[in-house]
Design a binder for this molecule. Structure first.
Ligand code: NAD
Ligand code: ISE
Length: 334
């Protein structure tokens, strides 16, 4: 059976996922697309030969669509997820699940009402070879209990007119919250965000920022987000444990030695750095959605991460340590 996917939002990542479903992966086709920018939707529909729908609601209700891939911006995710759940259609939703804890709670309530998982959230780092190898080494107790996680998340540049200081937490650092929970276990319970000397390239942007987090396991985590660092898209991760350290490996496949120096490639952006991880996450989603379900990062993960992001935004504004408010996990996600 071929899964007929409807793509909501045909911007940067929407186009990238349309390409991988059309040119790379098997078992699915992009059957429909929609975007308030109709020209953009029409262009994105060309290669897969998809139908262009006037709006998301019509596409979600259509018999021609089996599952939804949501790539619109965060505040528009809820209005697409809720009707998709009503129609019992599987959903892949790009991060963040929704921008507020309250919106995520409404999504969880709706999925719990359906009674089975239908939502996968796009936290692709869990599909990355490096993070998976770190997790395997932890699970094999190679460094004993993990004590401190250090995450580094560096973007070469961000668009000055679109990217705001809050986005460093709610759009960028959310990936680090996800891998902190994935690798260290438990929940992030408290967060403090520091911003010191600014990178002059970002104007008024609070950049870089540094978060320090306390975890329910008793462990700690730190995260640096820098979004105008210039030299490339660089992701770092290191865990200190009771008996050793696990570092994520560099991703360049070759090292060039010349002129008394070593050289390796730093990826240009997230598309290049996580290309294989995105392929794997969408491939696994297609398989699960074809069976009417979901796999991987859940709506609960999306909720928990937005709860940390809410606290992180308050911490960034006030300079205070802020407790993360998180409710009871429904049995569906156990
Ligand atoms: P973008 O601005 O390039 O594209 C967003 C598109 O959504 C635009 O074409 C816009 O017209 C459309 N849109 C807005 N409201 C809509 C609605 N109500 N219905 C349908 N379409 C709508 O943004 P992007 O960089 O592609 O990001 C999209 C989402 O993907 C965001 O949630 C972002 O956080 C996430 N993202 C994830 C990753 C990752 O690494 N996993 C990378 C980039 C973006
Ligand atoms: C973008 O939305 C992503 O999700 C990327 O993975 C992240 O590195 C970038 O900072 C975000 O803007």
């Amino acid at each position: 059976m071929t899964l007929n996917i409807g793509v909501i939002g045909c911007g940067m990542i929407g186009q990238d996922h349309i390409r991988r479903i059309t040119d790379v992966l098997a078992g699915a086709r992009v059957a429909g697309v929609t975007d308030p920018d109709h020209d953009r939707a029409a262009k994105a529909a060309e290669k897969p030969g998809a139908k262009v729908f006037d709006d998301a609601q019509t596409m979600i209700a259509s018999d021609e669509i089996d599952a939804l891939l949501i790539c619109s911006w965060g505040p528009a995710h809820e209005e697409a997820i809720l009707p998709a759940l009503e129609a019992s259609k599987p959903v892949f939703c790009e991060k963040p699940l929704a921008p507020t804890r309250e919106a995520c709670q409404r999504i969880i309530d709706a999925e719990v009402k359906v009674g089975r998982r239908l939502i996968q959230v796009g936290f692709m780092r869990r599909y990355d070879r490096g993070y998976r190898a770190m997790k395997d080494a932890l699970d094999a107790r190679e460094i004993g209990a993990p004590l401190i996680f250090h995450s580094k998340h560096r973007n070469a540049e961000v668009p000055a007119d679109l990217y705001t200081s809050d986005m460093a937490v709610s759009d960028t650092m959310v990936h680090d919250f996800d891998v902190t929970r994935y690798l260290m276990g438990g929940e992030i319970t408290r967060i403090r965000v520091f911003h010191g000397k600014k990178n002059s390239k970002g104007g008024d942007l609070r950049d870089p920022i540094l978060a320090v987090m306390e975890l329910s396991t008793g462990g700690l985590a730190t995260c640096e987000v820098s979004v105008n660092i210039g030299y490339g898209y660089d992701i770092g991760a290191e865990i200190s444990g009771e008996n050793g350290v696990i570092d994520i490996a560099e991703t360049n496949a070759a090292v060039v030695k010349n002129g008394s120096a070593f050289h390796g490639r730093v990826p240009a952006d997230w598309r290049e750095r996580f290309i294989t991880a995105y392929d794997l996450e969408i491939d696994e989603w297609i398989r699960a959605a074809s069976k009417g379900g979901a796999t991987g990062p859940s709506a609960w993960d999306g909720y928990a991460i937005t709860a940390v992001s809410d606290a992180g935004l308050e911490a960034a504004r006030t300079g205070e340590a802020v407790d993360v408010r998180i409710g009871e996990m429904p049995d569906l996600y156990a």
